[in-house]
Write a protein that binds this ligand. Structure first.
Ligand SMILES: Cc1ncc(COP(=O)(O)O)c(C=O)c1O
Length: 444
């Protein structure tokens, strides 16, 4: 049996007594809105390797979600651990935008090589939302225009600026009065007819005489919004409109980037972009970038990033931990592993096989609306958030970690690590199929 072949092994109830005890302690000290604690969810994690996670009761799970997509190269990849340890032993932290550590420079240089086109000038950040903030601030400076065009069900983070592009009403609602706008939301076009209507709406927003939008912010393949592929021609159409009306096109590839969809960046798929690709002016990446360490980036074309002007001593956007050397060294190791271990091709091929297996097993089930996605970013659309949640809980009880996505949580999302073995993927599918059958029957 290969090292990464083990399957779930549950010694204790899920959640077990140790998880419950830790959750009680957490409840006493954490702000109540952070962790939803119920009778059957969550479990408290203790360690992880590859596609496997152990909880504090010793239960072993398969992580079919890669911890929000982060563990694309697997949890605790040896090259990432080695690079991080070496960096910890030499220079554990740096000084933000002053006195740069070498790791920060090495990461930016590698990103310059790996990103398509001339997206070679970057700002390193610690989380995805911050990278989106930098993109939006860049657009404001470069275009002088206030508005953002974003898309229904899109998710770009929850900091105040990024929230201006995040559509989900449950996140925006409580802050809608204060979130800076104006923001124009358009439907996310997954079919040709909607695409043409949406492109007309986008054009109206970009040419609005009162508050013209200066940036179009889109995930080339929607992740948390429900694992949705754009209509062919949508991204190319947006590119043409931005060029025509002096706006910037920003691709949020925080979830889809670094190999997840079977291309290094989702915008590089010829059918999603265009035969010769659609390049954005700004590209946000995060999640898998750091191999588990918190690092993200907003990358831009040099002429766009020039809008910030040279630093005269105080950077206009920085933070204490900008370009943290341990995170940067880990990211260099993670990106190198993705490139040198063929993980992008593995995501493409294993993802196609997984999609076909899921469609064979569940495509005709009456509770399943659609099974879709690209590479290792797949979703089983059940059209019903209650059912999807019960399926997620059913999978957890059998040792498979998954989460729902989509507004209303009606899609069970699969974003496994690229290092998950065929036997482990088969186990995940078997458990998911059983859970859909069981839970759909319960509902009927
Ligand atoms: C597409 C996309 N953009 C931005 C974010 C926000 O990233 P973070 O949670 O690291 O702030 C996410 C997080 O899920 C995301 O999926």
């Amino acid at each position: 049996m290969k090292r990464d072949d083990p399957l779930p092994n549950l010694h204790a109830p899920v959640p077990g007594p140790a998880s419950r005890a830790w959750l009680q302690r957490l409840r006493a000290v954490e702000s109540p809105n952070v962790t939803a604690i119920g009778d059957d969810f969550p479990v408290v994690w203790q360690r992880a390797r590859g596609a496997l996670v152990w909880d504090v009761d010793g239960n072993r799970y398969l992580d079919a979600g890669s911890a929000f997509g982060v563990a694309f190269i697997g949890h605790g990849h040896p090259a990432v651990r080695e690079a991080a340890h070496a960096q910890v032993d030499t220079l554990l932290h740096g000084m933000g935008d002053v006195h740069p550590p070498t790791a920060r420079i090495a990461l930016l240089e590698l990103l310059d090589v790996l990103t398509p086109g001339d997206l070679g000038h970057g700002v390193l950040c610690t989380g995805g939302s911050e990278a989106v903030e930098v993109a939006l601030k860049t657009a404001m400076l470069a275009t002088g225009k206030p508005g953002i065009v974003a898309f229904s069900d899109g998710y770009h983070g929850l900091t105040l600026g990024a929230l201006g592009g995040t559509a989900r009403p449950d996140f925006r609602g409580p802050f809608a009065r204060w979130v800076p706008g104006p923001t124009t939301f358009c439907a996310y076009a997954t079919d040709a007819a909607t695409r043409d209507r949406v492109l007309a709406e986008v054009e109206a927003a970009l040419t609005d005489p009162q508050a013209p939008a200066g940036v179009v912010l889109i995930e080339p393949l929607q992740g948390r919004g429900g694992t949705r592929l754009p209509a062919p021609g949508l991204l190319a159409g947006l590119r043409a409109l931005c060029d025509a009306h002096g706006a910037l096109l920003c691709f949020d590839e925080i979830f889809t980037g670094c190999g997840r969809t079977g291309a290094f960046f989702a915008c590089e798929h010829p059918d999603l972009g265009a035969p010769d690709g659609v390049l954005p002016d700004l590209l946000c990446i995060g999640k898998a970038l750091g191999g588990g360490f918190p690092v993200s980036a907003c990358l831009g074309r040099p002429q766009v990033m020039a809008a910030w002007g040279p630093s005269a001593g105080e950077a206009l956007h920085t933070s204490t931990f900008l370009g943290h050397p341990v995170a940067a060294a880990a990211a260099v190791a993670a990106l190198t592993a993705i490139r040198d271990e063929g993980l992008v091709a593995r995501a493409r091929d294993d993802g196609a096989a997984l999609l076909a297996t899921l469609r064979d097993a569940l495509g005709d089930h009456p509770a399943v609306r659609e099974i879709r996605g690209r590479g290792l970013m797949l979703g089983v659309d059940l059209g019903d958030g209650g059912l999807a949640w019960r399926v997620v809980l059913g999978c957890l009880r059998r040792g498979v970690l998954l989460l729902p996505c989509g507004t209303g949580g009606h899609v069970v999302q699969l974003t496994p690590p690229a290092v998950m073995s065929a036997a482990q993927r088969t186990y995940v599918v078997d458990v998911l199929v059983d859970a859909v059958h069981e839970q759909a029957q319960t509902a009927a």
